[in-house]
Ligand binder design. Structure first.
Ligand SMILES: Nc1ncnc2c1ncn2[C@@H]1O[C@H](COP(=O)(O)OP(=O)(O)O)[C@@H](O)[C@H]1O
Ligand SMILES: [Mg+2]
Length: 419
């Protein structure tokens, strides 16, 4: 009797080397990765955002985009690609642009704020705090007044290389107050600046981060940082948002790119809550018109639902629609090529080109025709069909996705993904 509880060969990693792939290139879940490896096509959208970014940076011209696209058309993917591009290329501290991805709007502007903070992330806020203190040290003779550790000869170096030592050696509160009075008198809520600094103090860093996230700190937790109160509602969250934008501006981050995904979630809210929220967005747009490039991603179906309600926000937004199109045939081909290329084994390029005609191997031309017709160019359907075709031939020890294979895959697949 076999004592094998399960069959190991069914568990072991599948081997795709017979079709010159390291793995199945097509994503298992249709949730895009935070850092897309590549973005196929989207030339219309690229041009749109190039122009809007140029306008933002050169003319202080903020703008709004309603990014419309059915489920799986690539909205989130595009937002991630924009975010990463901006933060890698335009986020320096001199006339910089910070891009923030808002996963979902939630129910109120408080939720928006929380998404905003968590996407910026703790490490980045800490860098902002260090940046403020560095420039304070550079520009301010008074710093020595606040240092009681006589061995600290190079406070800026300590701040950047050994932050906890720096914080132990200074009179924190007095120094923070002086920074506030020197540069940030106009803050509406001084806790924002103190909170940033307390992120750098090891014993309170976790609390400061919780405070930013809008978690409820106890009186005693607040008092260790001498903060006045928690962020408990939309109005307070909005003030913190305003203050952060003000602080960012001071350290050279002059503009924001806000990418708000799943805007259709608004349609699930009750009318009252939705109207309040839309009003808050309208204020945000008005208050930061010159500073913010804002995108709301939404499905076309839900967009038509929203615009039925005639209100100030929607009227304002409706001029700025950008529709994410279905992929054309050539774009689908590029998409597939890109995914395949990423997972090719080394020996693929040494092969006789005549054997494996092109970069689309193992897909035959006929199979791609059939897939295009069935998917209508919807990226989620294309990717899923590709993934299943690859699994299909590996499981059956075949090495080409023929027309018949494709038909079989599509029969099982049903094309039941929503468009
Ligand atoms: N231009 C593209 N290049 C590469 N992959 C894409 C592209 N557009 C979408 N995808 C992929 O298609 C899938 C569905 O896209 P997604 O952004 O989640 O759609 P949506 O947010 O509109 O529902 C994801 O796996 C995503 O990575
Ligand atoms: Mg999405």
């Amino acid at each position: 009797m076999s004592n094998d509880f399960m069959n190991l060969s069914k568990i072991k990693l599948k081997d795709y080397s017979s079709i010159f792939l390291k793995n199945n290139p097509f994503p298992m879940t249709l949730v895009p990765s935070n850092t897309p490896v590549f973005t196929a096509d989207r030339s219309k959208e690229r041009k749109h955002y190039e122009q809007k970014l140029a306008q933002l940076i050169n003319n202080n011209g903020g703008s709004i985009t309603i990014l419309k696209g059915y489920y799986g058309s690539g909205k989130s993917h595009l937002l991630y690609a924009i975010k990463n591009y901006v933060n890698q290329n335009l986020f320096n501290y001199d006339n910089g642009v910070l891009s923030v991805y808002i996963r979902t709007p939630g129910n109120t502007i408080l939720n928006f704020y929380q998404e905003f903070i968590s996407d910026i992330a703790r490490e980045q806020l800490e860098l902002f705090a260090k940046r403020i203190l560095s420039s304070y040290i550079d520009n301010n003779k008074k710093i020595s007044k606040f240092i009681f550790d006589k061995k600290m000869t190079d406070p800026k170096k300590d701040l950047n290389e050994n932050t906890s030592k720096f914080m132990e050696g200074v009179m924190k509160r007095d120094m923070f107050d002086d920074v506030l009075n020197t540069y940030f008198k106009e803050l509406k809520n001084n806790d924002v600046l103190y909170g940033l600094f307390y992120l750098l103090v090891p014993s309170s860093s976790a609390y400061a981060w919780k405070w930013f996230l809008g978690a409820k700190l106890s009186r005693s937790e607040l008092s260790t940082m001498q903060l006045n109160g928690n962020i408990t509602n939309g109005r307070e969250a909005y003030t913190v948002f305003e203050d952060l934008v003000y602080i960012l501006n001071h350290i050279g981050v002059k503009h924001l790119v806000l990418l708000i995904d799943e805007f259709e979630k608004l349609t699930l809210l009750s009318k009252n809550i939705r109207e309040t929220y839309q009003d808050e967005f309208r204020h945000l747009i008005d208050d930061f018109a010159s500073k913010i490039l804002i995108t709301f991603a939404i499905t076309p179906y839900h967009w038509t639902q929203l615009i039925r309600e005639d209100n100030a926000l929607i009227r304002r937004l409706s001029e700025y629609e950008l529709e994410l199109d279905y992929f054309k045939k050539s774009e689908m081909i590029e998409l597939i090529e890109q995914y395949l290329k990423h997972y090719r084994t080394e020996n693929f390029k040494n092969l006789e080109p005549s054997n494996y005609k092109d970069n689309l191997y193992p897909f035959s031309d006929e199979s791609l025709d059939i897939m295009y017709d069935a998917s209508k160019g919807a990226s989620n359907r294309i990717l899923r069909t590709c993934r299943e075709s690859i699994e299909y031939i590996i499981d059956k020890n075949q090495n080409v996705v023929t027309a018949d294979v494709m038909k079989d895959v599509l029969r099982v697949n049903n094309n039941d993904l929503p468009i």
